[in-house]
Design a protein around this ligand. Structure first.
Ligand code: UD1
Ligand code: UDP
Length: 360
């Protein structure tokens, strides 16, 4: 049977690459569908080139819109695609609108769904991602978990244990595969950064959509930049809000376009600290051993706090927390998260292969 992967956003590309590669090694027929949720060269194509993802078989070109508009367009476009391709299994990644739409369309067409990164919970239903994750996990037949707590959440929500597979973290497969190319000195030189610097990414609606929130974030970062130069590759969401909230003129703040994967991870690898509200960046900093200050009140990735370098901070706590990190008082756990060893893609491929043998 044919395996159809659906990807649409930057984090999807990073997670799908090792799964597609591992299934290719096992000789499966695969189809890669890009929904077009992200479409700028620096949010999309650059990842396909750098991560050795095959060209998508289709780009549905859905693009941006309100949640309803975007999800509706995704549903209609994906229904046509799945009907035409008749896959045996649809694989979806993470928690974005493309993930939810693909799971829903497949479920309605009677096509089984595999969810990579199942069971993460922030318990904050004001986050669009939390809504997406919960619904996708209800619909999926195969649930691939990246951490033990995720397995626990799925069990408590009543998922049959035969559906749940603890496989490790494919985003970390990608990190380990490309590690040799992450060159901090080269990126620093290319972007005119000093030897000691921090990296910032912010794009969560709670931090950037509301002008008051964007001002609070910009104030905290402006003050932080008096201690440490900050490299800030800005996601298109909130770019305008953060600039106009004062970040554009703050001394020590270096604003950039979104970076490609290799340049971004090169910067992170050489950073004294990372400040973020990203999901993936909390995980990558944990594996690289770089202190991470997460500007959120919750995380769906607590394993990065218990087994990693992550700490949640409010805006008002950022500057003292950064000072502590720069003074060398950063958490450095003895053991990283279990199974974040670069073999998640292979584990997923093994489960999918067995599943297909039983269902073909
Ligand atoms: C989406 C995900 C979020 C994920 C993030 C990763 C949902 C609900 N959110 O957020 O979970 O963390 O991707 O990066 O799916 N835009 C561009 N160029 C692009 C893409 C977007 O300019 O290539 C702009 C548009 O103005 C768009 C806005 O960014 O309206 C938001 O894009 P959207 O895909 O709706 O959500 P993200 O904020 O990217
Ligand atoms: N990333 C990148 N360039 C950037 C910012 C991020 O290549 O300028 C990568 C990084 O590996 C990160 C991934 O894209 O983990 C997903 O990013 P994002 O924060 O947009 O998504 P989230 O994980 O919050 O859903």
């Amino acid at each position: 049977g044919r395996v159809l992967h659906v990807v649409g956003t930057r984090p999807n590309f990073v997670k799908a690459a090792p799964v597609v590669a591992a299934l290719r090694t096992s000789g499966h027929e695969q189809v890669l569908v890009h929904t077009g949720q992200h479409y700028d060269e620096r949010m999309s194509q650059i990842f396909f080139r750098e991560l050795d993802l095959p060209e998508p078989d289709t780009d549905l070109g859905v693009g941006s819109g309100s949640h309803a508009r975007q999800t509706a367009d995704l549903l209609v476009a994906l229904e046509g695609e799945f009907t035409a391709r008749a896959p045996a299994l649809v694989v979806v990644y993470g928690d974005v609108n493309s993930t939810l739409a693909a799971a829903l369309v497949a479920a309605k067409l009677g096509i089984p769904v595999a969810h990579v990164e199942a069971g993460l919970r922030s318990f904050d239903m004001t986050m669009p991602e939390e809504v997406n994750r919960r619904l996708v996990d209800q619909l999926a037949e195969l649930l691939f978990a990246t951490s033990p707590e995720a397995v626990g959440h799925l069990a408590r929500e009543g998922a049959d244990s035969g559906r749940v597979h603890f496989v490790g973290n494919p985003m970390i497969d990608t990190l380990l595969t490309h590690m040799d190319h992450f060159d901090p000195a080269a990126v620093r030189a290319a972007y005119g950064l000093p030897e000691r610097y921090g990296v910032v990414t912010l794009h969560r609606p709670a931090n950037v959509d509301d002008p008051e929130a964007a001002r609070a974030a910009a104030r905290a970062l402006t003050e932080a930049a008096t201690q440490l130069d900050l490299a800030v590759p800005l996601h298109p969401r909130g770019r305008a809000a953060l600039r106009s909230a004062g970040l554009a003129h703050a001394p020590g703040v270096h604003l950039f376009e979104p970076l490609g994967y290799v340049a971004f991870m090169g910067l992170v690898r050489g950073a004294a600290a990372v400040i973020t509200d990203s999901g993936g960046v909390q995980e990558e900093t944990t594996v690289l051993g770089i202190p991470c200050l997460t500007l959120r009140t919750t995380t769906e990735r607590p394993v990065t706090v218990t087994h990693g370098t992550n700490r949640l901070v409010r805006h008002g706590e950022l500057v003292p927390a950064l000072r502590k990190v720069l003074d060398g008082q950063a958490p450095s756990p003895a053991e990283g998260p279990p199974l974040w060893d670069g073999k998640a893609g292979a584990r997923i491929a093994r489960v999918v292969t067995q599943w297909l043998e039983r269902h073909d």
